[in-house]
Design a protein around this ligand. Structure first.
Ligand SMILES: [Ca+2]
Ligand SMILES: [Ca+2]
Length: 393
């Protein structure tokens, strides 16, 4: 019995000594460094210091039972002997623990439960000492269990102990690592905006408007990302991120809304008409002016008012001809994010294959201007047609 007791105490002293050394010397660097340098440092530190630390540590092991030789897992650092592990967000934590009272070293270790973000299990092998290390980035209480196994790969007899890692909020203000992106969407649809930020205990609030203007908070938009409601007009958003140590505002993300035939419909037809494709469908012509609804959308004319077709005027001036038309701008309801373009094509015989763009009239942006261009058909008969199309800005 006496011999058994002496064996246990000796083994305990050896493991405690190594871990204690590391904690004292390297408490400002990740514990991986300690593992690498352990052997070298053990040789350079004075024996009296080692002994002093060993004694202090053993004295702190309240649960250690030298008489029976019971196997226990004990915290060595940062809070010797405690089942609570104090930590602070943004500050390096080296949580070191050891198993004592065993006749053989622990061959493998396991951590059960969710570690706070930023911490990793060192996952020692063939060592009575193991550790969890890193810089936690979130505050809170994290309940974990560490388990030492007699054999590799989590086999054999095992011993476990529960710890709670208490991460205080710390003093690290939030920082934005990725700003929210500006996007283009079709009118009436939604999008999801995202921001990425670092720092502990982050709170988010998204706002409409220009950055810094908090008059229009978006209800329930309190995460790193949020889905907008269906948007009909171009809208600016930004997000304020805060924690106990500070506040940071993102830049503005512009959600550019681009109208489509479908959203144009909602501006020109009532609900009953929209539900009737014979009235509001793209191929329908409810006003009987020979222009389909889709063409009225492209030309910028009114789908329920019969109007003259949008056509170029041709006037003769001696041997020359002048083609003129009004290049309407794509403005008003149904044209958000769109630009109207005009071009004139010419054919000598009206066959589909030989339409050619007229030089100088290949692509004009409609700004409400009167366009007038002289053409010379070179003595041949010529046919002209006006081409109109909408493009996203
Ligand atoms: Ca029509
Ligand atoms: Ca019309």
């Amino acid at each position: 019995m006496k011999q058994g007791l002496s064996l246990v105490a000796k083994k305990c002293r050896r493991t405690v000594t190594k871990a204690g050394l590391a904690t004292l010397v390297f408490n400002k660097v990740p514990v991986t460094h300690f593992i690498v340098h352990e052997a070298r440092l053990a040789g350079t530190i004075g024996l009296s210091q080692v002994v002093k630390w060993s004694v202090a540590t053993v004295a702190g092991l309240g649960a250690y039972d030298a008489v029976s030789g019971a196997t226990v897992i004990t915290q060595l650092a940062p809070s010797v002997g405690s089942s609570t592990v104090p930590a602070e967000a943004g500050e390096l934590l080296n949580f070191i623990y050891q198993v004592t009272g065993r006749d053989v070293e622990a061959d493998s270790w396991e951590v059960e439960g969710q570690l706070p973000a930023g911490l990793v299990h060192l996952n020692s092998t063939n060592s009575n000492v193991d550790a969890i290390t890193g810089t936690p980035t979130e505050a809170g209480e994290f309940f974990i269990t560490v388990r030492a196994y007699e054999k590799p790969d989590h086999r054999g007899e095992n011993q476990s102990k529960a710890f709670v890692i208490q991460v205080a909020p710390g003093n690290v203000p939030p920082a934005i690592t990725t700003q929210p992106d500006s996007v283009r969407i079709n009118a009436g649809s939604t999008t999801t905006l995202r921001v990425m930020a670092s720092g502990p205990s982050l709170s988010f609030q998204w706002y409409r408007g220009t950055a810094g203007d908090t008059s229009s908070p978006v209800p329930n938009a309190n995460g790193a990302s949020f889905a907008t409601s269906a948007l009909d007009t171009t809208t600016n958003f930004w997000v304020r991120i805060s924690n106990p140590a500070g506040v940071v505002d993102s830049g503005v993300a512009v959600v550019t809304v681009v109208d489509t035939f479908t959203s144009w419909q909602t501006h020109h037809f009532n609900q009953g008409q929209i539900s009737d494709p014979l009235t509001s469908g793209p191929a329908s012509d409810p006003d009987g002016d020979g222009t389909t609804n889709e063409e009225e959308f492209i030309f910028g004319t009114r789908p329920l008012v019969a109007e003259a077709r949008l056509e170029p005027r041709i006037t003769a001036q001696g041997a020359h001809f002048t083609i003129s038309f009004k290049a309407r701008a794509a403005t008003g309801p149904g044209y958000s994010g769109l630009t109207r373009h005009f071009g004139v094509e010419m054919s000598v015989d009206l066959t589909d294959s030989d339409w050619a763009m007229v030089p100088g009239l290949t692509d004009l942006v409609g700004e409400g201007q009167e366009v007038s261009v002289q053409v010379s058909p070179n003595g041949n008969a010529g046919f002209y047609r006006l081409k109109v199309w909408l493009l996203e800005d």
